[in-house]
Design a protein around this ligand. Sequence first.
Ligand code: MN
Ligand code: MN
Length: 414
Amino acid sequence: MFSRRDVLVVSAAGAVTASAAKAASFGNPDLPPQGAINAKGPGNLRDPGPQSEALAKQFPSAQFPPPTDVGGMPMDWASFNNAPKRVQNGGWARQVTQEDFAISDTITGVNMRLTAGGIRELHWHQAAEWAIMTYGSCRVTVLDAEGRPYVADVNEGDLWYFPAGQPHSLQGLGPDGCEFVICFDDGDASEFNTLLVTDWFAHTPPEVLAKNFGVPAEAFAKIPLQNLWIFQGKLPGDLASDRAAVGKTGGVPPHPFIFRLGSSAPAKESKSGVLRVADSRNFNVSTTIAAALVTVRPGGVREMHWHPNADEWQYYIKGKGRMTVFNTGPNAMTMDFNAGDIGYVKKNLGHYVENTGDTDLQFIGVFRASRYEEISLSNWLTHTPPALVAQHLNVDEATIAEWPDNAPGVMPKA
Ligand code: MN
Ligand code: MN
């Protein structure tokens, strides 16, 4: 018998302890013994190169996986950090679609910056648009399917949601515009093929425009013949004036299209972290996207859990983390995540995220679902007859009684 503690002891140099190396029962017994735990020679855990030192330093878990990692799984890491930017006067955007990130078939991610006054042109698209503001402030406008207008200002930590087909715009506010991340609820969506108001005007005969809008065709003599997409505009006036201007006719949408997630009441809170949730129960318009904003303090771990109703698309906002995903096989894969990176976990696959830095780790999990759902491993095992659990794991019932029985979210809880 080996001790569990021995298994997990790996020196800083990456060498596995002698007792751990004996534990060849880890991993799939049908395969040659796999994982660092089975690599006995002194040179096994060196990588003489060639390699990029800068990249290698970002991915210590890929370089030398934890000894318990086993098997092979589809890549669950992507990043905005190296995604090409489309830059125009007024802002820029870059995206990670399923074409770039095969596993991500439910969500396309877009990272966008707008200057103060920078406008993301009036447009609409096939997919629903959910977003989180990560820097600065922005004014959003949208018209709902009942013809009711909505205008609001969003700040860092706030969300918006525009249902598919509902036309909208974004404009950066002072003093320095904004940056945000958009999720489309479709892995095939693209920020670069949206339906743009300028494109439609330029590709409609002037006499049809005249008839449609009830003004002479000459009124359209100066319309742009190429689309604008993102362009530098003038800072808007105050919010009350814009609201008054759009509210002359028509009603008011019954639910806001924005939600202040960053300052909302925590869904879970412990000494080691906080979870804030936004889904159709509190952010009523967001019927196809649920989200959980997770903060993990240094030394904390987002507890072992899975999501029964949707894949999890993650955006890492700050700090350093390491996520391990577990699947049948068995398979276990660990990857490192830094600010600006994207992670992905298929529905029902077990996972946990450790804070590997000395500052808060924060990421947002985005789910193509109307409700946020999770199953906590410890919550399950503490709500199962203790004798039954004890027989599975060879752990005594007194120990099981100490496990958290309230799905704390982030551990340790006290
Ligand atoms: Mn849009
Ligand atoms: Mn999760």
